[in-house]
Unconditional design. Sequence first.
Length: 185
Amino acid sequence: MENTKSFTIIGLIILIIIGLGISAFYIFREQPKIQEIDYQTQSLLDGLDQVPDFELKDFNGNVHKREDFQGQYVIINSWASWCPFCTDELPDFTRVKEEMGDKITIIAINRNESDGVAKEYKEKLDMNGELLFLQDPGDTFYQSIGGFSMPETLFINKEGYIVEHYRGPLTYDEIKEKIENLINE
């Protein structure tokens, strides 16, 4: 009887060791690599290929819609006064717009802030009106593009398709390069 108990215990130990070995094999075997996505630059990766519809007002109360910009190269930048990166970026967008003129339209959409706050911020940066500033009091545009960082910028071709969705701040040189790539695509 004691021999039977010994064999049973040894058998259980062997089964446990084999089970642990099989588990270790599956846990530590080489896993297939998951494709890494650069979340700063996405080009049609979130299933968003055309600019979502929008109907937003400028500081003068004029309504602007997506279809108003058909046939134009458009850059849309989501910004807010609490975003420190926007302080550096918006003047660079203004500078590029001044240099490129009517070749492009740059729209700066403010996220969920009052007209007073957004206007004050724009005046503080001393921007001369080259950009079209729109207000999004419900933050619906930002949500419609799947926004999760600040700022977020869309580069849109003449057919209204998003060529690039960039998350995070851009330098002057990066903005200019991306716009030139957009125009020359």
